[in-house]
Design a protein around this ligand. Sequence first.
Ligand code: NDP
Length: 434
Amino acid sequence: RQRDPDQPEFHQAVEEVLVSLWPFLEEHPEYTGHGLLDRMLEPERIIQFRIPWVDDRGEVQVNRGYRVQMNSAIGPFKGGLRFHPSVNLSILKFLAFEQVFKNALTTLSLGGAKGGADFDPKGRSDGEVMRFCQSLMTELHRHIGPDRDIPAGDIGVGEREIGYLYGMYRKLANEVTGTFTGKGRSFGGSLIRPEATGYGLVYFVEEMLKTRGKTLTGQRVAISGSGNVAQYSAEKIMDLDGVVVTFSDSEGTVYNPDGFTESQWDYLMDLKNNRRGRISELAERFDLAFERGAKPWVFPCDIALPCATQNELDTADAEALLGNGCFCVAEGANMPSTLEAVERFQGADILYAPGKASNAGGVAVSGLEMAQNSMRQHWTDGEVDARLHNIMISIHHSCQQYGQKGESTIDYVAGANIAGFIKVAQAMLQQGVV
Ligand code: NDP
């Protein structure tokens, strides 16, 4: 905290990990020497750079770009790029730190990184987004590569942006390799990658529910956000006979107590992915309730899936959810619940899973995309989906192995942190002080 006083999100992520790891470390002093924890908290490398570009009016804009290469002990750096005006070093360091543990949990050999820029794609033309991505890549290209660092998407970075970024990378590096994941299908993208984080989240929720003898059938599910993770979580929930009751964006929440229909979901996909419109248009089109400025957590639900952004669910939201009978919270976003909200969930003994476990399906399928690119092969959607499903079951198993407390309670936070930590820590200890 003294070294980086202006990084509250990073401190929050570190506190969550260290508090839950502490009892394990007291029992396993072999993991406390060699400056291991100090080294884990310090990124291997941070790159910060200028991104100048020309907007449609001919004016020069300058944004700030970053890549935080956190830890490559178990594999090449891997993590998304985020374009959002709120992007800063604190947010990217928290995301990169979380990514290290998450990637270790996937059973694949992937190190952790995160990057992005304080660029706001909202309201920008395709040409502006392309020129911005190209300018960003004129610097980033020298720091990434298929065996070094493999970026992907995140908030504000979807298939369009990955296409522009990858196109410029290919030109500058003069190579055709799997240096990005989440690519278009025609140039090496994996089937099921767009769906992977959302589907994986729901597979994880199914495993959580099994521990209490429940299924998704008929459960009312509140989802926040309406981007990639929210969209495919909703699709899978609906496939499995759950009832999705909310979507949201930064303007408010649309509520449908009867559950969104397939045609409403189709409308949402077109609205958000092609027309880049606002969620209130979904409410207008189908005559549904829209609460401007409200979060989904005030509406009655059995299961809550925060899928928008960090710290979107605070103490008051946690209390509203518990008061309405919500018994399961699984994070699609990264660190959407504040530390105090997590304490409330754990105190109430409901099922609660942190993002690093429940949203790891996206990066897992990115790992599968890297494998397909290296082999120059394409697996079928069924094959990728089956592997994703098995990975989510295996992550749940790791959480259970290290987080089981009594017969029916699993501390998913401790379980995920300890399992991820052991894998990375062993690799770092065996490789000496580097
Ligand atoms: P998208 O950009 O596709 O969607 C983000 C959604 O969250 C939008 O509905 C957006 O609304 C809303 N949102 C973003 N910032 C805010 C904010 N400050 N306040 C309120 N709403 C906000 O991103 P993704 O779906 O890809 O990512 C969502 C979360 O999931 C992030 O935390 C990301 O790190 C995490 N994640 C994503 C993975 C992936 O594979 N995509 C993998 C693992 C985690 P609006 O349009 O109004 O801004």
